[in-house]
Design a protein around this ligand. Structure first.
Ligand code: PLP
Length: 410
């Protein structure tokens, strides 16, 4: 993988901040966009812009072709069986809200349970809590050990007649740990319980294959995979999407409307009320093509190298704690996604982030929208560096030097 060539596709990476070269290590929050994505979106606005579906005129048909072509690109990218299973959303959060709302309406009664885990992002906690308040459903939480490993035995013991769905993140956005979703899906399916996978932090970093994974739902965000903001994907097995009620009502999702009664389109349109963000779907498809052209295996290897290197360098600093790593981990083979949370002595993450920022290094600090996980770790927040395909070993060296410099200030 030629990182130098790749970086040329992302003009923002060559800018400076405070007179220093930008080192962008906040990719778990959002990624930068390659020119091809921006060009595709600009081109559509300039040359093809028209509302999609149902238009008889040429522009509308062209725009519809791009929009539905994007759906096919997504299908191919995650190896879904059919484009019927690909619903466009505004992002992971909307996808999870849609599932929580529609699933609990159709399939859950008061007292029924949803199983989530300790490492979930707020987006996979709060939508279920809203349904808990509305319908009286109950949240059960898979515990984790101090290294961030989920307790599968506890998970197994949690399952009962009352368990109606499991919703779990593929990769923790704080710890970078890859959760055993294959095992969770296999165990849940033994009891005929469907599983939602939050792929916000997995789809950008390694191959996800819906048919191999066999999850029932999978969600991810465009902006975390080099695509535009405001667009995301909800994959759902066709049988489930057929069974769930619509999420919102309005144009696009209807088949026929009268004042007495309305009937709805089949999935995926049933879940896409209103004019879709068809410019963003074009941008997303371009981003996925870009990722595919670099190759997810190459991206995964590159990011794994960077992650292992960073962890080994950080751990050499006195008083450093890196979260989500077993004490006896072999760093040369550690399976860890491109997210590293750390804490240096008692230096507040806000101080760490602010001082690194002055060196041109963008990391994220705080609770990372995972406050229950912070409670479990016994911290208020962490400092988090996260990588994308364009990051380099030199940038890691700058980060480590920056952290060492901060250490001397306290
Ligand atoms: N789930 C995980 C694991 C995440 O990391 C994030 C964002 O950081 C989300 C959900 C929410 O994604 P979005 O804000 O794009 O909806």
């Amino acid at each position: 993988m030629n990182t130098e060539l790749i970086r040329a596709d992302f003009p923002i990476l060559s800018r400076t901040v405070y007179g220093k070269p930008l080192i962008y290590l906040d990719n778990a929050a959002t990624t930068q966009k390659p020119l091809c994505v921006l060009d595709a979106m600009r081109n559509e606005y300039l040359n093809v812009n028209a509302n999609v579906h149902r238009g008889v005129h040429w522009l509308s048909q062209q725009a519809t072709e791009l929009h539905e072509g994007a759906r096919e690109t997504v299908r191919r990218f995650i190896n879904a069986r059919s484009t019927t299973e690909i619903v466009f959303t505004r992002g992971t959060t909307e996808g999870l809200n849609l599932i929580a709302s529609c699933f609990s309406e159709a399939c859950m009664q008061k007292g029924d349970e949803v199983v989530i885990s300790t490492v979930e992002h707020h987006s996979n906690i709060v939508p279920w809590q809203l349904q808990a308040a509305r319908k009286g459903i109950v949240l059960r939480v898979i515990p984790m050990d101090d290294d961030g490993t989920l307790d599968l035995e506890a998970f197994r013991r949690m399952l009962s007649q009352k368990t109606k769905i499991v919703s779990i993140s593929h990769v923790s956005n704080v710890l970078g740990t890859v959760n055993p979703v294959e095992d969770i899906i296999r165990i849940a399916h033994q009891y005929d319980i469907p599983v939602v996978v939050d792929g916000a932090q997995s789809a950008p970093h390694f191959k996800v294959d819906m048919q191999a994974l066999d999850c029932d739902f999978f969600v991810f965000s465009g902006h975390k995979i080099y695509g535009p903001t405001g667009i995301g994907v909800l994959y759902g097995k066709e049988a489930w999407l057929d069974r769930l009620p619509p999420y919102q009502g309005g144009g696009e999702m209807i088949e026929h409307v009268s004042f007495e009664k309305s009937t709805f389109e089949r999935p995926p349109l049933k879940f896409e009320a209103g004019t879709p963000d068809y410019i963003a779907t074009t941008g997303l498809a371009k981003a996925l093509d870009y990722v595919s052209s670099v190759g997810l295996d190459a991206i995964q290897k590159h990011e794994e190298d960077l992650t292992r290197y960073t962890i080994s360098q950080l751990l050499q600093i006195d008083g450093m704690r890196v979260f989500g790593i077993p004490a006896d981990a072999d760093l040369t083979t550690l399976r860890h996604d491109a997210v590293i949370s750390f804490q240096l002595r008692d230096i507040h993450p806000m101080d760490m982030g602010t001082l690194l920022d002055r060196l041109g290094i963008a990391i994220r600090t705080g609770h990372h929208c995972a406050q229950p996980l912070m409670d479990r770790l016994g911290v208020l927040g962490t400092s988090r560096a996260s990588f994308a395909l364009y990051n380099t070993h030199e940038e890691v060296d700058a980060l480590v030097a920056g952290v060492k410099r901060v250490a001397t200030m306290f």
